[in-house]
Ligand binder design. Structure first.
Ligand code: NAD
Length: 257
């Protein structure tokens, strides 16, 4: 098993990428702290892990709150004795997020509070825990939109993911000699609740798919495989990367008809 004896904390683990990663990590031998604001769905993931013979606990935390993040890390260490893997994955893409004129300050602040401060707080309290464990791996979920501009605007979201990339890069440099690796994951467009509710008509979905060389949305499970690689010792010489898992969208200028 690829994560034997490891303890992993995953935020946004009640759904989508986080849930798929929690299930995969558990199969690979890690003990998991499932963190989310959606308690019911989070408990269901824990149940599924246990039924598959794995070990997991749920912890309610809103990643935009410093105290919640401090508590989730404390809980992980109290529960399992150490923390080795931190997946800062919780994020939102608000339906009212648009261009500079249409996006309100409140939506901008809310998006930053969860997508950027959430990663900051995870690292603020998580890095000392990883150091106490002798090192570890942090993965922060960014997005392909941090690499490309789109005419379908979601300005606050795009800016927030750019911040995740630059923060991850700097953290990687600062902590490299403490045996703490920090990589960003840059997913392409995925068939998850988050994107499908944003692209809520067939026309909007098609407009996005035109740009993906593979011609389909990615699956949460495909992201989980990438996160597993970044979390495990198999990626031991990788830090500060922007790991793109995007169906080729960032490589494309023109896609096949
Ligand atoms: P999702 O909506 O299925 O899951 C997100 C989870 O985060 C949910 O369980 C939600 O309850 C939780 N969450 C939201 N706010 C929270 C908060 N304040 N505190 C704790 N948990 C909170 O979405 P997903 O597609 O799995 O997204 C996961 C990450 O991947 C996000 O950071 C998202 O921006 C990023 N991403 C998604 C796509 C995509 O196409 N779906 C593409 C690139 C990046």
């Amino acid at each position: 098993m690829r994560l034997e004896n490891k303890v992993a904390l995953i935020t946004g683990a009640s759904s989508g990428i986080g849930a798929a990663t929690a299930l995969l990590f558990a199969q690979e031998g890690a003990r998991i702290v499932v963190v989310d604001i959606n308690d019911q769905a989070g408990q269901a993931i824990v149940q599924e892990i246990k039924e598959g013979g794995g070990e997991a606990v749920f912890f309610h935390a809103d990643v935009s709150k410093a105290a919640d993040c401090e508590n989730m890390i404390r809980y992980a260490e109290a529960q399992y004795g150490a923390l080795h893997i931190l997946f800062n994955n919780a994020g939102i893409m608000h339906g009212d997020d648009g261009d500079a004129m249409s996006t309100s300050e409140a939506i901008f602040d809310l998006t930053y509070a969860i997508n950027v401060k959430g990663v900051f707080f995870g690292c603020k309290y998580g890095i000392p825990a990883l150091a106490r464990a002798g090192g570890g791996s942090i993965i922060n979920t960014a997005s392909f939109v941090a690499h490309l501009g789109a005419a379908t605007p979601q300005l606050a979201y795009t800016a927030s993911k750019g911040a995740v990339l630059s923060m991850s890069r700097e953290l990687a440099v600062i902590h490299a000699r403490e045996n703490i690796r920090v990589n960003a994951l840059s997913p392409g467009p995925l068939r998850t609740e988050l994107l499908m509710s944003f692209l809520d008509t067939d026309e909007k979905k098609q407009r996005r798919l035109v740009h993906v060389p593979m011609g389909r949305f990615g699956e949460a499970k495909e992201m989980a495989q990438a996160v597993l690689f970044l979390a495990s010792d198999e990626s031991s010489y990788m830090t500060g990367s922007e790991f793109l898992v995007d169906g080729g969208i960032t490589a494309a200028y023109v896609t096949p008809e």
